[in-house]
Design a protein around this ligand. Sequence first.
Ligand SMILES: C[S@@+](CC[C@H](N)C(=O)[O-])C[C@H]1O[C@@H](n2cnc3c(N)ncnc32)[C@H](O)[C@@H]1O
Length: 288
Amino acid sequence: MNGVALWRRLADFPAAPPPAFPAAADPAQPDPAMVEELAYRDRLARATEASATCWFDVPGGRPVLAPIERAGITRLVESISGSTAGDKIDAMIETMAHAPDGDVVEIGAWRGRSAALLVLLARHWNIGKVLCVDPWLAAACDQGSEPAGRPAAPERMDADWAHRIFQINLAPIAGGALNFIRAPSSVAAQAYVPGLVVETEAFGRTAYEGAIAYLHVDGNHAYEQALIDARAWTPHVKPGGWIVFDDYARPSGDGPRRVGDEFLVAEAHRISLSFVIGAALFVRLKTA
Ligand SMILES: C[S@@+](CC[C@H](N)C(=O)[O-])C[C@H]1O[C@@H](n2cnc3c(N)ncnc32)[C@H](O)[C@@H]1O
């Protein structure tokens, strides 16, 4: 339709009254702008408290995040759907602040919520490049622990779309510091060597160190799979580096707890500190 025809069609419609602006306020409803402002106020108050809190006793570390920066990061991260939330986000911020330089690896990224946190922090402190490993395959989401009556994961998830959404979410903030391998963790681990270069259409070319400063294990939480993830990737974590076992203390499914506990026992000689915050187990390796 050309412009003249479009104008004629529009002209056929009776003139509509101009919209009322500002919209008539319903006195029973709170002003949406004020509701939004209050949410920002809450966020900044929480960030101020979190930045002033001593989360664990580890000397040194990178400069503390200013409350405004912290609030900005959490706001952006929480705009992406995913399960990483609350105290776990704060603990990840604090542990990243005490990580050595090196690669940041995430097993299980889904739509990119925790990946967004990792890349924003890795860039902020110049820690290293983020590598997300995920097959983005519906069958891989079956953890055998669905609540009764809920369809199995492969039936209700579109993994190709999760992968697209991940790229959409991360593309504007990756800044050359993030890439992904679309494969199960055991397969990707075979490619993880010093000098690894990953190239994808969405994120370009990323060169990795091949040694991990920070490992976030958040893949399939079935025991056998969590064990494969831990065995394949924890040997690459550097002295002074961190390993985070997601959902270690979650009520349903004990895979992460069993794997985390086994790791704490088997690797006790390498571990300097461990604690649970926000249901995740945080483990710091000795510096030497
Ligand atoms: C709980 S979600 C990850 C959530 C994400 N970290 C966040 O914060 O939003 C679990 C992810 O693990 C992935 N996954 C399942 N099996 C995997 C495997 N063998 N290797 C790597 N990732 C796997 C799934 O595809 C899914 O994206």
